[in-house]
Design a binder for this molecule. Structure first.
Ligand code: PLP
Length: 405
């Protein structure tokens, strides 16, 4: 079979492979616990459902404007004003089929082959792969060992004449870190000085804990939306737990949005009308879902931290946002893929290998599920890794026998 070099260079997702194995085990009736999930378990806001259902009932399911319906764009403009203090025009907004597509459209629109994009480790798995998909080169900047805070000097050192953009995700998937005001202010200054795009993936910006507020990049620029190279990506997936509707958006200068619109017109035409109606319903409806989701997840974070802090050999940094943490398991195995596979087969717990995020030796653990799954999941991991623990236990009626790593 003839497959392109490019397609061959795109990494297989170890997460999907593990998820498939987990599903197979669950289908066989095995009591699998998921600490790998990337979506909140809440019900979608009722305003989203009603709004989408009204469109469906009316049979209004046709092509719509490429960059999104005017009414959804209006809701996004209001959201941007309320949350960022920036008043933007409809021509500064483009709605896509998920923030993932928004990011891809941005990269297609700004990169020429061999252009470099700085990605801060630990990073969301898709950034480097997306950059490669448009023949760009991801340049990874790593934090000091033991922290998840990138250093501005390192970012500056990574900038070359080929650098076109820096992608920032704070609150960060997978670490849960929120970057400091100084760092974001420094990045804005650096990007403006070197004429680089600053892509802010703000998908988790409302999922923050303990009163922390992630700094908005807009705060540190004197430029206008038309002259700035800051691009803000957002969406309803994590904000309302509406992952299945696939709605995200980008806020950028008119000139860039115009190009992204052409890219989207020639690829997916437009986001789905029913999904846009749902997103509009969520954005214009009662916002209590966002706060109750946040509070529930903050509580889960505390449960997860309590479990991990007393776990000998594991080092964990308390996350300030998202629903993930990235504990260091190097004391047990430096190869996180091997470790995750071991934990799935021996303890029936799904985790995500840190290697996927540029942080081998770590596991990404998600706490967006039920509290009992967090406690039971960590209990099983402890058992599987503890040399002092009994060699066998029963999980449900399944006898588990521990193997050594
Ligand atoms: N950005 C980050 C950092 C994410 O973690 C995710 C989803 O996991 C996305 C973007 C994609 O979001 P969406 O569901 O809107 O495509």
């Amino acid at each position: 079979m003839s497959i392109s070099h490019l397609a061959r260079s795109i990494a297989e997702s170890a997460t999907l492979k593990l998820n498939e194995q987990a599903k197979m085990l669950a289908d066989q009736g095995q009591p699998v616990i998921h600490l790998g999930g990337g979506e909140p378990k809440n019900k979608v806001p009722i305003t989203a459902i009603l709004s989408s259902a009204a469109k469906l009932t009316a049979g209004d399911v046709k092509y719509v404007p490429t960059d999104g319906t005017p009414s959804l764009k209006k809701a996004i403009i209001r959201y941007t004003e309320e949350n960022y203090g920036w008043l933007v025009a409809p021509e500064n907004v483009i709605v896509s089929s998920g923030a993932k597509q928004s990011l891809f459209n941005v990269l297609v629109s700004i990169l020429d082959p061999q252009d470099e994009v700085i990605v801060l480790a630990p990073y969301w798995v898709s950034y480097p792969e997306m950059v490669k998909m448009v023949y760009g080169r991801p340049v990874i900047v790593r934090p000091e060992d033991g922290t998840f805070q990138p250093r501005l000097e390192e970012v500056e050192r990574a900038v070359s004449s080929y650098t076109k953009a820096i992608i920032v995700n704070s609150p960060n998937n997978p670490s849960g870190a929120v970057y400091s005001e100084d760092f974001i202010a420094g990045l804005v200054e650096l990007c403006e000085r070197r004429d680089i795009y600053l892509i802010m993936d703000d998908i988790y910006h409302k999922l923050v804990f303990d009163g922390i507020r992630p700094p908005s990049a807009y705060r540190y620029t004197d430029k206008t939306i038309e002259t700035t190279k800051i691009i803000v990506i957002n969406g309803v997936s994590k904000l309302y737990g509406m992952t299945g509707f696939r709605i995200g958006w980008a806020i950028a200068s008119r000139a860039l949005v115009e190009v992204m619109k052409n890219v989207q017109a020639q690829t997916t035409s437009c986001p789905a009308n029913l999904s846009m109606a749902a997103a509009e319903g969520a954005l214009t409806g009662v916002q209590s879902t966002v706060e109750s989701l946040r509070l529930g997840i903050q509580n889960n974070r505390d449960v997860m931290m309590n479990e991990l802090r007393t776990f000998p050999g594991v080092n964990v940094t308390k996350p300030c946002g998202t629903f993930y943490c990235l504990p260091d398991f190097r004391a047990f195995n430096g190869n996180s893929e091997e470790l995750a596979a071991f934990l799935l087969s021996k303890a029936l717990v799904v985790t995500v290998p840190g290697k996927e995020f540029g942080a081998d030796g770590h596991l990404r653990l998600s706490y967006c599920g039920a509290v009992k799954d967090i406690t039971e999941g960590i209990k099983r991991i402890r058992w599987a890794l503890d040399p002092e623990a009994p060699n066998e236990i029963y999980i449900g009626d399944r006898r588990m026998v521990r193997d050594w790593l």
